[in-house]
Design a protein around this ligand. Structure first.
Ligand code: SF4
Length: 337
């Protein structure tokens, strides 16, 4: 087994993990909240290092990421476990699986990078379940991936600690973070977590030079209050910048949350308009097939820059990183540096 990073040994034989903001203190023989980090006789092990539950070559738009290597493929990997317990989880079959019962395959970091290159991918994404709890594995694979010119993507709930995020910074290119709500009560009740650490880590990711896009799944009656959503948008504009792409996605009933219907498209359109009014340059709707608000428009003249159908993209008005019509500089990562 692979010894964990980011933890402390205590005199009484427990260990304290500092990878995410739960900061679990774990007795010997027990796991942390995420279910994949185990204390064995005073040493913390990352049980799922090098073990995957899912592998696919996806358009990067599926993450969703619209301003990081748009129009390219991303080699996408998932493991098991999660440090959140969301009632509406769409990947509960892997996020709630345990190392004992899950069907996992071995994939060493160098083999993952080789497969990404062989598959014609421009990046590797750790996605499907929470990558923070796969820290050591993603760190090793990502460092190798960057040395081969690949981009690297975390699709994350953003509960990572400052120290762990700083450790990832030299290798992590894009931080696609869920801001599930702008209410701490929502985080406590629905996810078993807190809001503020998510916001703090997003600010740090930006300071560390990562590309950031946010996703908010808009759930009828739970986080769709326009005042609350307006506060979230204002926060992003102020702290992450007006050029941060924000995706507002439609909820569909799943897992333990079957007591309400899907998000009306009109709600997402209203949020999109509000985001524009509040100065956000690149709002998007999500989970609504081929909606016009999934296109990228020039924030200066309104020309369509990237037209999207499902997960495919057509570059119609973008000249590298400039609007072809008015010359406006567009905040988009086209190449890995
Ligand atoms: S990564 Fe897992 S063990 Fe570590 S603090 Fe978070 S939930 Fe606890």
């Amino acid at each position: 087994m692979h010894e964990a990073r980011q933890y402390r040994k205590n005199e009484d034989g427990t260990v304290t993990c500092s990878l995410c903001n739960h900061r679990c203190t774990i007795k010997t023989g027990r796991h942390g909240i995420c279910g994949v980090r185990k204390n064995e006789q005073g040493t913390l092990f990352a049980e799922t290092y090098g073990k995957i539950s899912a592998e696919a070559i996806d358009p990067i738009e599926k993450k969703p990421l619209f301003h990081y290597l748009p129009g390219t493929l991303s080699y996408s990997l998932g493991g098991i476990g999660c440090n959140f317990h969301c009632e509406h989880c769409q990947n509960w079959h892997i996020s709630r699986a345990t190392p004992d019962e899950a069907r996992l395959r071995d994939l060493p970091p160098d083999e993952g990078v080789r497969r990404a290159v062989a598959g014609g991918c421009a990046s590797i994404s750790w996605t499907y379940n929470e990558p923070t709890i796969w820290h050591e594995y993603t760190l090793d694979m990502g460092t190798l991936a960057r040395s081969k010119g690949l981009g690297t993507v975390y699709v994350t709930n953003g509960y990572i600690t400052e120290d762990a995020l700083r450790e990832l910074a030299p290798m992590l290119g894009a931080y696609r973070v869920d801001i599930k709500s702008f209410s701490d009560a929502f985080y406590k009740k629905i996810c078993g977590a807190r809001l503020q650490p998510v916001l703090d880590s997003a600010i740090l990711a930006r300071e560390l030079g990562m590309h950031i896009e946010t996703v908010t799944l808009v759930i009828p009656g739970l986080n769709d209050d326009m005042e609350e959503i307006s506060s979230l948008i204002r926060w992003v504009v102020e702290h992450l910048g007006p050029a941060t792409p924000m995706h507002f996605s439609a909820f569909h009933p799943d897992y333990k949350m079957l007591d309400r219907g899907a998000t009306p498209v009109a709600t997402l359109e209203k949020i999109y308009q509000r985001a524009k009014e509040l100065g956000l340059k690149y709002p998007y709707t999500g989970n609504v097939y081929s909606h016009q608000y999934e296109n990228t428009y020039c924030p200066a003249c309104g020309t369509i820059l990237i037209e999207r159908f499902g997960f495919s993209s057509r570059f119609v008005g973008l000249d590298d990183r400039q609007c072809k019509n008015c010359g406006e500089k567009i905040e988009v990562v086209r190449h890995v540096t």
